[in-house]
Design a protein around this ligand. Sequence first.
Ligand SMILES: Nc1ncnc2c1ncn2[C@@H]1O[C@H](COP(=O)(O)OP(=O)(O)O)[C@@H](O)[C@H]1O
Ligand SMILES: [Mg+2]
Length: 404
Amino acid sequence: MAEPTSTKQAQSQAVRLARKTQSLDVLYAIASSLNQPGNLEQLLDGFLDTFIELVDARAASVRLATGDGGTRLVASRGLAPEVVERDRLMPAGRCPCGLAASQGGLRVQRGTAPCAALIGRPMLEQDCAEFVAVPAQYQDRIVGVYNLFLDRPLAAMGEDMPDLLITVGRHLGLAIEKSRLESEARRLAILEERNLIGNELHDSLAQSLVGMRLQLKLLGESLERKDIGGAQYEASRLRRAMTQANEDLRELLTNYRLKIDDAGLAQTLANLVERFGRDTGIAVFFQNECHALALTPAQEIQVFFIIQEALTNIRKHSGAHNVRVLLNNEEDLYTVLIEDDGLGMAGAGEDGAPGAHAGLAIMRERTERLHGQIVIESEPGEGTRIVLMFNAPPAGAPAAAARG
Ligand SMILES: Nc1ncnc2c1ncn2[C@@H]1O[C@H](COP(=O)(O)OP(=O)(O)O)[C@@H](O)[C@H]1O
Ligand SMILES: [Mg+2]
């Protein structure tokens, strides 16, 4: 008599255990899909793909809270394009998404007829059994909502399914918040970069203009004295200075047009190096030995421009045949090496007006911003070697950078 009961108990325990394991699997898959590098759009696409498969949903979508109680559709799977188009922006409302976004909690609705009434056309060709809206929460703030279109009612999917969906919403909320902070940090880094562009313009162009004004004055004086030889000399100096200023400006513009894209520093550097090789015909070797390149956007920008200036110098001054760019890290200590087999710095000779050579000074300034060190070694005929070292931010620093 006791036998069948305990067998039954054991069976139901086994079922519960299997469900728990499955829940953990789901959470694990979701967490790792949300921890991939990439922008928010790619992240959400990965999330939806993973999730649809795991809970066997017909369609799914993610909406971001707009701050005024409304939500904005940012990613979807399994919905027709016309539906996505009409569904893009939903004002605050008493629909499941609106409620989940404003008051939180898991919201379940039978089918999608009320949604269809709101957007003015059916959500799915053939309606689903249940429509679920779950808040994406970061700490106590709701940053968005995700939706599932299910053929099987939620209640049939196990008693811990609602908790699981809420937990997934927390993972999603964290990912959304993290991506918001990252783009905010990137924006601030760009603002800071503008200041530096100002400095660089001042150092190169403003100085050249001051020099040219002086030459113009000398030219005028020569003309007044009717000193034709002197005037010709000043005029040719002026012409050279203008050509130089024009080149400087063009260089500044091409350099700053390049931005660190979402693909991240490693890819941006690979592109830069490839373009350098193509434009100059110099054999260039780029090696990224970093295990994980985890820099703040502000650090990425400094590293990028330091390497870019080094490459520009190699092109302009070195006469090198081979160049090597190396990225390396040991835990938090990053090393960047740029080396060429050209003439070396002393061998390149001195020319140009005072103030024209701002590149190395700005490299040092950027190194200071990284709180790092830079060593420039160069022997005549032995090429030049630049080694930059700095520490990656300790944990938590990206958020601090975003706050300024
Ligand atoms: N890789 C290099 N090989 C040879 N000479 C270099 C190299 N990098 C820099 N130099 C020398 O150092 C000088 C200063 O460089 P920089 O401050 O960048 O000014 P600019 O590039 O405007 O001349 C250059 O004019 C050049 O003489
Ligand atoms: Mg330079």
